[in-house]
Design a binder for this molecule. Structure first.
Ligand SMILES: NC(=O)c1ccc[n+]([C@@H]2O[C@H](COP(=O)([O-])OP(=O)(O)OC[C@H]3O[C@@H](n4cnc5c(N)ncnc54)[C@H](OP(=O)(O)O)[C@@H]3O)[C@@H](O)[C@H]2O)c1
Length: 248
């Protein structure tokens, strides 16, 4: 068994499905105890986290809060701080898709997407930097997107939220380096999750064609990059954005 994160504590947002679930699975298999941050508790999330914990003999502690609600994020951060344990990794994975031509973009969507995709990750970093410093050498991995680097039709809001995450990554990598905290981002191309399905078949096909490998990424391929960046194998990688898109 891989033990890249043996005994480490990792906070992961949005880990009940998709890329976040693959990250939780791979981090747990690498020996990490997981603080699993999700929007809401269901029988399925409880079952999934129990299974991950038992299979890997690690602790998986679920915490439920909605990243679209600033006060809920503050409560979530307080709950994590209340655990009074050092944190070694923070993965800001949760995010919401949005694809719309400019004339159809609604103001409420802009605020919701920026809140979940950019403001919440910033708040998580701000709120947990003390615990991350206690867990040094520590690592933050932010989930960006190629949409935040390349732009593209329909991406004025989602792409901008991910460009903001990339800038946040670069700034944090410099501001927190002295505290023993690295910060990097993963920028996936279209990846086979419910998120990609919500884009519709036409958008999926055009992304498939845009990648030199002519397919979507798997959640596991994105999770593998997050695991590498979170681990000490990436100890001198800081402030970087790693594209995982099969070459577009
Ligand atoms: N899939 C892709 O093609 C792709 C490409 C580039 C980047 N990304 C990025 O990768 C990350 C994960 O995406 P995915 O493909 O795994 O999507 P997904 O399957 O839709 O999962 C998204 C996760 O984010 C959580 N989330 C959404 N809104 C939330 C909120 N208000 N509060 C708390 N949690 C919330 C979801 O929770 P619920 O189950 O409660 O909704 C879910 O756990 C996102 O940041 C996304 O932008 C994805």
């Amino acid at each position: 068994m891989e033990t890249l994160l043996s005994g480490k504590a990792a906070v992961i947002t949005g880990c009940n499905k998709g890329i976040g679930l693959a990250i939780a699975e791979q981090f747990a298999a690498a020996g990490a105890n997981i603080i699993a941050c999700c929007r809401k508790e269901t029988e399925e999330t409880s079952r999934t986290f129990r299974r991950i914990a038992e299979r890997n003999e690690v602790e998986v502690l679920p915490l439920y809060f909605d990243l679209s609600d600033e006060s809920a994020v503050k409560r979530g951060i307080k709950a994590i701080k209340g655990l009074k344990r050092p944190i070694n990794c923070l993965v800001n994975n949760a995010g919401i898709p949005h694809l719309s031509l400019l004339p159809f973009v609604k103001a409420e969507d802009i605020h919701r997407i920026l809140q979940v995709n950019y403001i919440a990750p910033l708040m998580m970093i701000q709120g947990l930097q003390g615990l991350l410093s206690k867990g040094r050498p520590a690592s933050i991995v932010n989930m960006a997107s190629v949409a935040g680097m390349d732009g593209g039709i329909g991406n004025s809001v989602y792409g901008a939220s991910k460009a903001a995450v990339i800038m946040l990554t670069k700034v944090v990598s410099k501001e927190l380096a002295a505290m023993g905290i690295r910060c990097n981002a993963v920028a996936p191309g279209l990846t086979s999750t419910g998120f990609a399905d919500s884009m519709g078949e036409k958008a999926k096909e055009s992304m498939r064609q845009a990648s030199a490998l002519h397919r979507l990424a798997t959640p596991e391929e994105i999770a593998g990059t997050a695991l590498f960046l979170a681990s000490e194998r990436a100890s001198f990688i800081n402030g970087q954005v790693i594209r995982v898109d099969g070459s577009m």
